[in-house]
Write a protein that binds this ligand. Structure first.
Ligand SMILES: [Zn+2]
Ligand SMILES: [Zn+2]
Length: 390
């Protein structure tokens, strides 16, 4: 160790930079205190940070960095934070030249020392695993960049009207810029479940943007009723995050004014999105089927109950889905109401079943189908999802 100390004395080092090269040797003191101890023991004169060969003054600027961080954080509500930093490449190279086996990195010291000072101002804890905000100091430019963790909200939505897509649907010609085709709106539909649900949370959380994650989606002309479809709303760069979730639920439902309704809102985490996306819920539908004559519809319903059907990708989605044959189970099917030219059916089927095609047969691409088994042509007049899950 004496050799190492003597080697280090060839360089003009401030107390922090000297002490940092022995950080793992004595505990219970800062690098600055460690450096002073070593220097005084060897009767050397103090080097102010501005004259330090290694840090060129950075280690004398902890107070300034801390106030830059406090200032940057002042616009945000958060419960935990972490400080990170970027340091000039030249400093890192010089650090590598003199490092001993007891050294810690300059970045680590800056993060810790600034973190302590920030904590003494704001009295909120440093968190290493999933902080609400990471403040990254650029020591060369005296700037602070914030990495703000999104807020995730889980809920279930009901879509009470037809003609509403689940997510924003950008114009197929201009892809959102606005053109004559889309009446300079940039999208194909005036509104969507996503936009209706997100409007109030964006305002309340003062978030920059949002992303909508649904557990599957229904067609535009299909309503989503019953217990609702699970979703997670991701709010990016929120300035607020400690909001009473019941107030959020109420605000959404007032704004959505009978078009959409949300229930069971709660805070969620990012890893729930994956679970939501991969969950395979069976779904129950109510479908109104139209026909000129009913044929053997009752026998057809009985034959389909508990059967496995084969569905080749429907023509209506073939342009965006791979053409393949899927096997799906019709868990239950029953007639709710029968009239001269239409029947109301309730169908429970495995996740991923194409219900419209189960009725019509899609020109032989779904086998068997209600139409084929009944021996008559059929059309789907109305379709609602009435339950998701068992
Ligand atoms: Zn230094
Ligand atoms: Zn357009």
């Amino acid at each position: 160790m004496h050799e190492e100390v003597n080697k280090l004395f060839q360089f003009k080092l401030c107390d922090s930079c000297l002490g940092r090269q022995f950080a793992k040797l004595w505990h219970g003191m800062t690098n600055e205190e460690r450096g002073r101890k070593i220097r005084e023991e060897h009767g050397l004169k103090e080097i102010p940070p501005e004259e330090c060969w290694l840090c060129e003054g950075i280690m004398g600027e902890m107070d300034k960095f801390a106030s830059l961080v406090v200032d940057a954080l002042s616009d945000y509500e958060f419960n935990t934070f972490l400080v990170g930093c970027r340091v000039d490449e030249d400093i890192i190279e010089r650090e590598e030249r003199i490092a001993t086996q007891y050294s810690e990195s300059i970045k680590r010291e800056i993060n810790r020392e600034v973190g302590k000072k920030v904590y003494s101002f704001i009295e909120k804890p440093v968190e290493f695993v999933r902080p609400d905000i990471v403040a990254i100091i650029d020591t060369s430019y005296d700037t602070v960049e914030l990495d703000v963790r999104p807020v995730f909200i889980y809920g279930r939505y009901r879509k009470l009207v037809r003609g509403l897509p689940q997510t924003k649907w950008y114009c197929r010609k201009c892809h959102g810029k606005g053109c004559e085709y889309c009446n300079f709106k940039g999208k194909m539909y005036e509104e969507s479940v996503e936009e209706i649900i997100a409007a109030e949370p964006l305002r309340i959380f003062q978030a920059k943007e949002e992303e909508f994650h649904g557990a599957g989606r229904e067609d535009i002309d299909v309503r989503m009723l019953g217990n609702g479809r699970p979703f997670i709303l991701e709010l990016k760069e929120p300035r607020k995050r400690n909001v009473d979730i019941e107030k959020v639920e109420k605000a959404i439902n007032e704004f959505a004014a009978g078009k959409v309704e949300v229930v069971s809102l709660r805070y969620a985490s990012r890893n729930e999105i994956e679970m939501l996306k991969s969950a395979k819920y069976p779904k129950t539908y109510r479908v109104v089927v139209g026909f000129e004559e009913k044929g053997k519809i009752n026998e057809a319903v009985n034959a389909l109950r508990s059967s496995i059907i084969e569905q080749r990708t429907p023509r209506r989605v073939a342009h965006r889905r791979a053409d393949k044959v899927r096997r799906r189970k019709v868990i239950d099917i029953r007639v709710e109401e029968m009239k001269e030219n239409e029947a109301t059916l309730v169908i429970k089927a495995e996740s991923g079943t194409y219900i419209k095609e189960l009725i019509t047969g899609d020109e032989g691409r779904t086998v068997p189908s209600l139409s084929h088994l009944a021996g008559v042509d059929m059309e789907v007049k109305m379709l609602d999802v009435i339950e998701i899950g068992d």
